[in-house]
Design a protein around this ligand. Structure first.
Ligand code: B12
Ligand code: SF4
Length: 477
């Protein structure tokens, strides 16, 4: 049996600029799905986000490879692209089974209930693919439980949403098949340098998942809706065995919240040290976790933790409460101070509210100064499809809430006129680049990397300043 797994291309310019300039991660989700395919079958991953001409690349692969099954991943912003690709598959050969999985399929499977899609997969995909292949080969129905649905599934009748799917235990999930992608194409800008010098600013990076889910329920976040508070954890031995097999020296942990169980993560760090695995890591962590478990971060620093992404979100109590973040400004400030003390580089993520006034933007500009040196990024508060926040605001959308769901385009009305809002948003981001650790700490980097960073940064900032044009009718842009 032949299976083609496809990551759709990105259509929005800002996301493309982000991928070209700062980080482009491997399609881990498809590598894990491929892990569910038995060895005797053939599987190919096509990452269209790498292609200059994605449609042509897709059609060529389709006719050259001629799969029995075509599987697509995708965020909410990709749903039209996925439906179009599935249509091309059926036009090419109606006998090919089309399968869709990923965040949007899990949250709102009904959106994929169209005739060109045969199976909609919810939740974890590696274990589902294992079962789909078995059933396909035995001529059995591909529909099972609430994890692999037909578009005409009675479960959809009348309901916009379904409860979260059943998740397998962590041990059942297959390891990713990393050798199925061209590993030289994936990188992440690295700004941490304890020596004051970097051989490259754009090292090759592998991504990895050690846990799924999160125990918190921040109001803007999609994870509680995907997992309903469940937190699946891989054992320290399993995690470290996988890290040992990874070729890249730099690893990006894509966990929603990796550090929630201090005993587990401490053991992972101990094993990394015991086995003398010398790599560098990036991970997300909550500010209160950093403050509550300093010993965890101390041992992780020794194990190679270089950069920590912290969703500080805001330095304003009322906003933190509005977001149900369950942290406070003091904790945020303490976490920033501790990371600095330990020599772990901070990546501070802030939320820009559509309600922002000029004063709010100015206040946030000051915070960029307060946290420097740090990587600082901003997202615009956006209700994710499938969440309560999305339903509550359905009547207020100012644009297509799927296509523009990239947390950069405001899908809700902004208090400032859009053009001014994005002028301030662009300015915030350019100030952030000036606070970058490489610049503040005058780190020596190769000249060609410096040129690449300046070019990528300029294009990215320009795409932010001009976001407002995306809301205009095409001919007046
Ligand atoms: C790491 C990450 C990134 C990385 C890129 C990752 C990548 N591979 O390209 C970076 C930082 C670059 C990034 C960027 C963006 N991201 Co992001 N990202 C994540 C994060 C934290 C983890 C994703 C991940 O790798 N998970 C690990 C994989 C293994 O799990 P998975 O994707 O769920 O896949 C499993 C199942 O869904 C299923 N499955 C998936 N695909 C398929 C396909 C088939 C055929 C089958 C059978 C099953 C299946 O099986 C998989 C294996 O278990 C998620 C949060 C989350 N938990 O999803 C947000 C998340 C996916 N990102 C999101 C968004 C919005 C974005 C951006 C658009 C926003 C932005 N401004 O940055 C950009 C877009 C970039 C782009 N490529 O277009 C949203 C998507 C929400 C939505 N409703 O779609 C999420 C959920 C964050 C959030 N809290 O809202 N992101
Ligand atoms: S934002 Fe982070 S802490 Fe909050 S629910 Fe989402 S993953 Fe958990």
């Amino acid at each position: 049996m032949k299976i083609l797994l496809v990551k759709p291309h990105t259509e929005l310019l800002v996301a493309k600029r982000l991928q070209e300039g700062f980080l482009h991660l491997e399609p881990l989700e498809l590598e894990i799905v491929a892990g569910g395919v038995p060895d005797e079958d053939d599987v190919l991953i096509l990452d269209l986000s790498l292609e200059r001409e994605p449609i042509r690349a897709f059609k060529n692969t389709l006719s050259e490879y001629s799969p029995d099954m075509a599987g697509f991943s995708g965020y909410s912003t990709n749903i039209d692209a996925v439906k179009n690709l599935a249509k091309m598959v059926k036009d090419f050969n109606p006998g090919i089974v089309t399968v869709v999985g990923g965040v949007h399929a899990t949250l709102l499977p009904k959106d994929y209930a169209v005739k060109q899609i045969d199976i909609i997969v919810r939740g974890e995909g590696g274990t589902v693919m294992r079962e789909l292949v078995r059933r396909f080969k035995n001529g059995e129905s591909l529909h099972y439980e609430d994890r692999a649905l037909y578009p005409q599934d009675p479960l959809f009748s009348g309901k916009a949403e379904l409860p979260p799917p059943v998740y397998p235990s962590a041990v059942e999930i297959p390891r990713p098949r990393r050798n199925l992608v061209d590993r030289s194409r994936y990188f992440c800008v690295w700004t941490s340098s304890p020596t004051g010098r970097l051989d490259t600013m754009f090292p090759r990076v592998a991504s990895m998942r050690t846990s799924i889910g999160c125990a918190f329920s921040c109001s803007f976040c999609v994870i509680p809706h995907l997992m309903h508070g469940r937190y699946l954890q891989r054992s320290p031995e399993d995690v470290v065995d996988e890290i040992e097999c990874i070729r890249e020296e730099h690893i990006y942990f894509v966990d929603d919240e990796m550090f929630l169980n201090p005993a587990r993560v401490t053991r992972i760090a101990e094993l990394l040290i015991e086995r003398r695995i010398q790599k560098k890591y990036i991970s997300w962590a909550r500010s209160d976790t950093i403050v509550k478990y300093p010993e965890v971060f101390n041992i992780w620093k020794k194990a190679g933790l270089d950069l920590v992404y912290v969703g500080l979100e805001s330095m304003d109590k009322s906003r933190l409460d509005e977001y149900s973040k369950r942290t406070n400004v003091e904790t945020n400030r303490k976490a920033v101070g501790l990371l600095r003390e330990w020599g772990i580089t901070l990546h501070a993520a802030f939320i820009v509210h559509p309600d922002f006034t000029v004063e709010d933007f100015r206040r946030l500009e000051k915070e960029v100064d307060n946290v420097r040196p740090a990587e600082v990024t901003f997202t615009v508060l956006s209700p994710s499809p499938g969440t309560k926040y999305w339903h509550d605001n359905k009547h207020r959308f100012i644009c297509d809430p799927y296509r523009f769901y990239d947390c950069m385009h405001s899908v809700l009305p902004t208090r400032l006129p859009l053009k001014r809002f994005y002028q301030h948003f662009g300015r915030l981001n350019s100030l952030a680049l000036r606070s970058n650790p490489l610049r503040v700490n005058k780190v020596k980097v190769p000249f060609k990397d410096l040129l690449r960073a300046i070019s990528g940064g300029t294009k990215y900032i320009f795409s932010l300043y001009t976001i407002y044009k995306d809301y205009l009718p095409e001919k007046s842009r």
